[in-house]
Design a protein around this ligand. Structure first.
Ligand code: HEC
Length: 139
């Protein structure tokens, strides 16, 4: 009987330890759902994914986005550690499925702590960055 109580206790403790570990791993919460308006999500990227545009998009990304989103889009840029919200992971299938229009809208508007880029960079530049981001998927 005693050993049964002991094993129940052990199971409970192990379960408690595991859930604690999960909580600390998620210290940086995922942001709340952030859907783009349907009309914005439907807009097609006017900038072709050609070598020239992708190179420009990459340069702009490294200048304006890398500090939080990381050079490879993993969300591990130096600034990201100080944010309450995770910067996300641009390499996932889930992310790569999002339309260019949706990503463009989010980049334009921003949502605290992500700044708005409406005035910081031009429309064409934002579209080129999106084209570059679409090359960051897991290979
Ligand atoms: C100060 C840090 C910071 C910088 C700089 C930054 N972002 Fe973000 N970004 C974030 C955070 C944090 C989120 C998540 C916001 C949320 O969920 O509320 C985010 C979210 C996004 C999303 C939405 C992702 C999704 O899954 O829907 C896109 C797109 C995005 N950023 C693009 C960019 C681009 C492009 C740049 C550069 C032009 C940029 N960001 C610069 C912090 C940053």
């Amino acid at each position: 009987m005693k050993s049964k109580i002991k094993s129940v206790l052990t199971v409970t403790l192990v379960a408690a330890a595991c859930s604690f570990a999960t909580v600390s791993a998620q210290a940086q919460a995922k942001g709340k759902p952030w859907p783009a308006p349907e009309s914005a999500a439907k807009v097609k990227n006017p900038q072709a994914s050609n070598a020239e545009n992708l190179a420009e998009g990459k340069t702009l990304y490294m200048k304006h986005c890398k500090s939080c989103h990381g050079a490879k889009g993993k969300g591990d840029g130096p600034k990201s550690a100080n944010l309450d919200v995770s910067s996300g992971d641009f390499t996932t299938v889930e992310f790569q499925k999002k339309s260019d229009g949706e990503l463009y809208w989010k980049t334009t508007e921003g949502r605290d702590p992500m700044p708005s880029f409406k005035k910081k960079i031009t429309d064409d530049e934002r579209w080129k960055i999106i084209a570059f981001m679409k090359t960051l998927g897991e290979k």
